[in-house]
Design a protein around this ligand. Structure first.
Ligand SMILES: Cc1ncc(CN)c(N)n1
Length: 212
């Protein structure tokens, strides 16, 4: 099977032009240069990460193998609950951000609703679809940008979403979709595509919101 034939590549190809718009988004370039207005982005993204963490927990519960539960559980415990949590606390303090902002942007509300919906479905391929979009698009922009700014707020955010460990995590999510896709019937594949596309559109709108 060629790269283009695997399920994850099929999903990504059908999520254009939004996919390319996310990984080439001007706000991502702003993050890399360290000139972006990060406060609103980080405040809203901390609310995203809360629902995303719950979704990772659902993936542990819904996965169909011990090895998959371990891979997701390890990422949840070591990266999100440790490195990423620490980053958010330090970065929000540095930019004067509110960890519990009074207002959630419409795109934040919609993204959280999508994550809650697939979490409650306990449908592993649907859960994987959202996780894969969120991580693969971030790997996409974070590995494209050549130079990062001096501030840890920008540098660590790029580091968190690039490098061999993050690549391996995205590779795992893709392989899980590639393994499960051929086992789904047409309706099942269409549902995964629907969620994948919706999440990609929300990623684009999230960056649009951050860019102001
Ligand atoms: C909106 C969004 N999408 C993805 C990621 C990467 N976990 C994030 N932090 N925020």
């Amino acid at each position: 099977m060629t790269e283009e034939q695997v399920f994850s590549a099929w999903l990504r190809a059908r999520s254009e032009p939004d996919w390319t718009a996310v990984v080439t988004h001007p706000f991502a370039a702003e993050i890399s240069r360290g000139t972006a207005a990060m406060r609103r982005y980080l405040e809203q993204d901390f609310q995203f990460v809360d629902a995303f963490t719950a979704l990772l927990g659902a993936a542990v519960a819904a996965a169909d193998s011990f090895e998959a539960r371990v891979a997701v559980g390890r990422f949840l415990g070591q990266t999100v609950a440790d490195t990423e949590r620490g980053y958010f606390h330090r970065a929000l303090a540095a930019v004067g951000g509110d960890p519990a902002p009074p207002t959630l942007e419409p795109v934040t509300i919609e993204f959280r609703a999508l994550m809650d919906e697939v979490r409650l479905s306990q449908d592993y391929p649907l859960i994987l679809a959202v996780l894969c979009v969120a991580e693969w698009t971030y790997l996409g922009w974070a590995t494209r940008i050549p130079v990062v700014g001096e501030s840890f707020v920008h540098r660590e955010w790029v580091d968190l979403h690039s490098g061999p460990e993050f690549e391996a995590w995205v590779g795992f999510l893709r392989r899980e979709l590639d393994r499960l896709g051929p086992e789904l019937d047409e309706g099942g594949r269409a549902r995964v595509l629907d969620v994948f596309r919706h999440a990609t559109t929300l990623e684009r709108r999230f960056f649009d919101m951050a860019a102001g």
